[in-house]
Design a protein around this ligand. Sequence first.
Ligand code: AMP
Length: 185
Amino acid sequence: MGPPGAGKGTQGALLSQALGVPRFATGDLLRDAVKRGTPLGLEARAVMEAGHLVSDDIILGVVREELARDSAANGVIFDGVVRTIPQAEGLERLLAERGRHIDAVLFFDVTDAEILARLEKRRAVEGRADDDPAAVVTRLRAYREQTAPVLAWYDQRGGVRRIPAVGAVDEIARRVGEAVSAVRK
Ligand code: AMP
């Protein structure tokens, strides 16, 4: 978890390699659906481009499918899920149905100033519609109002590992590795 531009995608990919466990990013899946013009993409496109959150039902539907895959049998690194309390509750239910659980919740901690600088840079490189300044304001508001409360929710149920996420990519990856190995022992 973490605000947009916190480095979840970069660190999620590195952790996926290190653990040999797939990374599942709802944002990537949705962007791909938009690009291919599937029914899911058509439904999500305008909401995403404006920087709002896609509905909890859609997200829980794609998470349910992901958990059913053979490739997820040994675990999944969720990136950008969950982003609301109903999603957190829904994920608990989906995991319980399968006799599974969350090993660790990692929170990538970055200041707003750093986020704005990173997203501006990413916009120039990737050209994501939701990295334009108006959409970024909406995304940060969605994060503060809907996602940040989920951290307190997890704090009450086993805790959140906070990763200071400013600095060199490999230094942050080292912190992630430490946080995860503390859980797996
Ligand atoms: P991301 O790549 O994780 O920043 O996600 C890009 C966009 O996809 C978000 O701004 C939302 O519109 C949508 N999205 C991705 N994951 C979720 C989620 N868990 N809940 C709601 N919307 C999501």
